[in-house]
Design a protein around this ligand. Sequence first.
Ligand code: FA5
Length: 340
Amino acid sequence: MDILKNLEEIKKLAHQDIEAIKTTEEFEKVRVKYLGRKSELSLALRSIKDLPIEERREVGFKAQKLKRALEELFLRKLSELNVKGQMSMVSLDITKPGKKIELGHLHPLTKISQEIKNIFISLNFSVVDGPQVEIERYNFDALNIPANHSARDMWDTFWLQSSQKVSSSQLSAASSRLLLRTHTSPVQIRYMESHQPPFQIIAPGTVYRYEATDATHSFQFQQLEGLMVGKNISFANFKYVISVFLEKFFKRKIEFILRPNYYPFVEPGVDVYIKWKNRWLEVAGAGMVHPKVFEAAHYNPREWQGFAFGFGLDRLAMIKYNIPDVRLFYSGDLRFIKQF
Ligand code: FA5
């Protein structure tokens, strides 16, 4: 094969020429002669595609090997000449210690959310999603919180100024007003409107509240909605599911207590508390789905029962990693983020 002989020839001559280099000018000339775009070696590499298929592999391998060998020889020559800068190859000083490449990673809350999804998937729950810009009907009305109801004060709302109301003949002008969802509970209604029970779902996502911040309150945070609907779902099922979830999440038996609380969309309603730093921290609201919520979703409340819960993911993350202030998650401070 001519081309192989030719490669041998190039190799011999290149070795002699590189050996004889004395100055940077000579170096560049010789480099271009053997590795430049128009060098014999580059032409040979480009012509490989035209060879018969049986020859391509061997010739390709040998030509690449020669190219790498020559590059290595040039580099060695370069450090011999002790020349830096200017030419493209000169910027690569193989005697310098390597630079550590910094790899990015997921935000701790994203990691936690993925971990929690996997736990619920292992318990046979499906993961569903809903929009963060929501209409009033889903965020409030269908959850048994009509306009002017004092319960709306529980959720200080970011209303969106919009000339585009959601157009639907069934929606009144008021219930189509846009807002940033104050909780993930609207996903319950959206899901029930298009699915038939029995089912069990979770819906993790970001929520927003127009409220003052402190160590356990942020104006933007993560919630995890859960909803299980069936013929014989009881409060005992709810307790079992969350105790299994908490144990899997914290990887130990976790003590929690339930205290009665009012949420218009459940009856009875409770809050879930976990002991942390010598106090009880509220981590979720929950309860048995209110018949009015089933009616809003066109389910027969005599036929179906269910429980729902809404965990604060940030709070769970704070407990798990012992983080004193929820606002750190949203600070963008790399010194904090890099610890995870
Ligand atoms: C709700 O948002 C209800 N939708 C929960 C619910 C769902 C009740 C289903 C019944 C049935 P609440 O406002 O309490 O409830 O918020 C739920 C959880 O989110 C709290 O327990 C807390 O862990 C977390 N949370 C609430 N406000 C904040 C905040 N500003 N910053 C961080 N976490 C918060």
